[in-house]
Write a new protein. Structure first.
Length: 340
């Protein structure tokens, strides 16, 4: 494959090259890429903004992460934060730092993933910056969204007796990471080709997660207003503890209610890992954790992609998980105490 050196295009030439097929999808995008700044008009709706920094070697490993998947995931992790506010993502700004090991073709792959995610989530890429990095690939993304006035949902609104709910299933991305890291180590020490053991589901959960746009659409259609919400990027335990702290409440979780995928569960047992621990502490699932009033029980229950996993209590009762055996343990950021 031909290799075009980035230096041959220069910074503005590179930006022109990477954005030449950029399409605008939102009426709120007044002025996009190509000027000193973008112009956005949300027509009386409130603006929601979130940003993420992704660093090679810390947030991703290019030895097993295809650049196209990385571009896609970089967008997903940001729009997920917008959905977690009960808002609709509309625009993105992407800045990258690149070393000279990258060719123009490599960046084209990365942007292919970015544009695929923009298309999937109806988001406009409206700007960014490129610069040289001496230490690996640096990605900074800011996502902008809109929401009807005061319809955004924070982490601080959970109320006593609210139901605790999650979308999808948990722990898969952590297991995918565990598998890929194992195979990377084997490859580095023996040169043996990776064996992913047909674990397409868990590898996909890590390399190509999806943000839960469908859940936010379901809330709107069913007139559900969560009292608190956040996306699960660091693991269920730590996210739920954030909600409890900011809402000034306690919680009870039920181990047997945690949604686990059968493939994930089987692979966890094979690795001699506890699937519950993977679900509580894994992270990077990008599912939504939210609380709703008990009046919404039927609406939540009617959607088989949503699971009620516990309820909110008074702060004085603390944060606990009740195991399958009926034992009560304090919930800590890494699962519960006996996992340490």
């Amino acid at each position: 494959m031909d290799r075009t050196e980035i230096a041959s295009l220069g910074e503005f030439g590179l930006i022109d090259h990477l954005t030449k097929n950029n399409e605008i999808k939102n009426a709120s995008t007044i002025l996009s890429v190509g000027d000193d700044a973008a112009v956005i008009d949300h027509f009386g709706r409130q603006t929601v903004i979130s940003t993420d920094l992704l660093l090679e070697g810390i947030h991703f490993d290019l030895s097993y992460t295809p650049l196209k998947h990385l571009g896609y995931k970089s967008v997903v992790v940001n729009v997920s934060d917008i959905y977690a506010m009960n808002a609709t993502p509309t625009q993105l700004v992407i800045s990258i730092g690149i070393s000279n090991k990258f060719s123009v073709e490599a960046l084209d792959e990365f942007y292919e993933g970015v544009y695929a995610a923009c298309k999937e989530y109806d988001v406009d890429l409206v700007g960014g910056d490129t610069t040289t990095s001496q230490r690996g690939f640096v990605i900074s993304i800011t996502a902008i969204g809109e929401v009807a006035p005061d319809s955004y949902v924070t982490r601080s609104g959970a109320k006593v007796n609210d139901l605790i709910c999650v979308s999808g299933d948990l722990g898969g991305a952590f297991l995918g990471l565990t598998l890929l890291e194992r195979e990377r180590r084997i490859f580095e020490t023996t040169g043996a080709q990776p064996d992913l053991e047909n674990q397409a589901y868990i590898v996909g959960r890590l390399l190509k997660p999806e943000a839960r746009k469908d859940v936010i659409e379901y809330f709107a259609a069913q007139n559900i207003m969560p009292s608190s919400m956040m996306d699960i990027s660091d693991g269920l335990s730590s996210e739920l503890l954030h909600i409890c702290k900011q809402s000034n409440v306690g919680c009870v979780l039920y181990e047997d209610k945690l949604p686990l995928n059968e493939d994930s569960k089987a692979f966890a047992y094979k690795l001699e890992l506890d699937p519950t621990a993977c679900a509580l502490s894994g992270g990077e699932d990008y599912e939504l954790l939210f609380t709703v009033a008990q009046a919404d029980y039927e609406k939540i229950n009617a959607n088989n992609g949503l699971t009620i996993i516990g309820y909110i209590t008074e702060k004085s009762e603390g944060q606990h998980i009740i195991t399958r055996g009926g034992n009560k343990h304090e919930l800590v950021a890494q699962g519960w105490n006996h996992l340490k």
